[in-house]
Design a protein around this ligand. Structure first.
Ligand code: SF4
Length: 101
């Protein structure tokens, strides 16, 4: 029997569905959980020192969100870049892994 109310991987009778969790959804959920749980910025930084996220994977946008922007984020380098997100970053932008300075 299939449960169509939730996009879970397994139904109540453990039958596998055909709705895989995408990499993007997994990263967005992970980023949101890290921010919501208040995990130390240093932990995030050390875990991602060698690899940066693509903008699309962290819901990057070119405008601030609720007073949060790259200019007041822990990972802003002050020179158009971010320690954990790839590419050119503007001070007025925002993404889902924003952490207060
Ligand atoms: S808000 Fe996102 S893109 Fe901007 S500095 Fe922080 S981590 Fe980098």
């Amino acid at each position: 029997m299939t449960n169509n109310h939730f996009p879970s991987v397994y139904t109540a009778d453990t039958e596998q569905t055909t709705a895989p969790i995408t990499r993007r959804v997994l990263l967005e959920c992970t980023a949101g959980l890290l921010v919501a749980s208040g995990i130390a910025a240093g932990s995030i930084q050390s875990a991602n020192a060698a690899q940066k996220y693509a903008k699309a994977d962290v819901s990057y946008q070119d405008y601030p969100k609720d007073g949060q922007s790259c200019a007041n984020c822990k990972f802003w380098d002050g020179a158009g870049g971010c320690e954990i997100v790839e590419g050119e970053i503007t001070a007025d932008a925002w993404c889902a892994v924003w952490v207060v300075v």
